[in-house]
Design a protein around this ligand. Structure first.
Ligand SMILES: C[S@@+](CC[C@H](N)C(=O)[O-])C[C@H]1O[C@@H](n2cnc3c(N)ncnc32)[C@H](O)[C@@H]1O
Length: 294
């Protein structure tokens, strides 16, 4: 959380990535026409440069360009894998944890019969509501629950938004786990379990540890922080999970892993050639279904 309002800047970065990818990368499987609508004019400038393939002069602008370009490549497999898992199990209720500028409620017609509840940090959520304005969702119903995972109780916030724990829920947790401590991740999984009826599904995008990736991130972060404008500066990664550790945590709470794919593998399935592989290599999408009654 790094801008004056406290809203997430990484949420903007991944939205810029989706906007830069829309209509250019893996066009038969990926599209996000809502992403550009959610961006402010100044945020769209670098997106337009990436779309035009015109890197700007000056190292700082060039770094911002490379960041959005890399992010565009990462968002394609990540979005496609998650969309597929959501479509496969579009339950009555879809809870999007740390929703940021997620566009699924406005983009996926398969959610026409679904109540979508977006949960996010209050500052990020207020920022999104301001950006989205009066744009009508495709989801059957759309609600918002402001929650800080490091402080607030998920159950009461969701109850206030009309979540029904007696009915199956599909939970989506994309691009958030890395920003939480291990304790916050464990507590959130326990809260999800307590609110999940049989038939519930949890879709998690997370980062696995890799030395090269961490070093690369520190270098990029240090360089851009000097300019005071880096989206990651105020949102450090706090927990990385090996597939085995996350699988064990979920199993303790009754969730059986159905699939857990590296984003490079997903990109390969899409026949999609990645130029920047660093962040994509460590990102994964895991799908787990509730296997035991509460
Ligand atoms: C990288 S963004 C991902 C947004 C979105 N899920 C996506 O993939 O486009 C991280 C999101 O996590 C949220 N977040 C991070 N830490 C949080 C916390 N402690 N409590 C609530 N939300 C948090 C931010 O507000 C932000 O929306």
């Amino acid at each position: 959380m790094d801008d004056a309002s406290g809203a997430s800047r990484t949420a903007v970065l991944v939205c810029q990535g989706r906007a830069a990818a829309h209509g250019r990368l893996a066009v038969d499987r990926f599209s996000d026409p809502i992403a550009p609508v959610l961006l402010r004019p100044a945020e769209r400038e670098v997106v337009e440069q990436v779309r035009a393939g015109q890197p700007p002069a000056g190292w700082r602008d060039r770094m911002a360009y490379e960041l959005v370009q890399g992010c565009a490549e990462m968002m394609v497999p990540r979005t496609v894998a998650i969309d597929d898992a959501v479509r496969q199990r579009a339950a009555d209720q879809l809870v999007i944890l740390g929703a940021g500028l997620d566009s699924r409620a406005w983009r996926l017609p398969e959610l026409a019969g679904t109540t979508v509840i977006e949960v996010d940090h209050p500052a990020s959520q207020a920022d999104k509501l301001d950006r989205i304005g009066t744009l009508a969702p495709l989801a059957g119903s759309l609600r918002f629950a402001p929650v800080r995972f490091d402080r607030d109780e998920l159950g009461s916030a969701l109850a206030g938004a009309g979540h029904d724990p007696a009915r199956p829920t599909t939970w989506l947790w994309e691009g958030v786990v890395a920003y939480l401590t291990r304790g916050q991740v464990r507590a959130t999984v326990a809260a999800i379990r307590a609110l999940s009826a049989p038939g519930s599904r949890l879709i998690v995008n997370y980062q696995q540890p890799a030395v090269a990736s961490m070093l690369g991130r520190v270098v990029v972060w240090a360089m851009l922080k000097r300019g005071g404008s880096h989206p990651m500066a105020g949102e450090p990664w706090r927990s990385l999970w090996t597939p085995a550790a996350l699988r064990r945590l979920l199993a303790r709470h009754g969730f059986a892993v159905e699939s857990d794919e590296n984003l490079i593998e997903v990109a390969g399935r899409l026949g999609f050639e990645l130029r920047q592989r660093r962040s994509t290599r460590t990102g994964r999408v895991l799908v787990a279904d509730l296997s035991s009654p509460a």
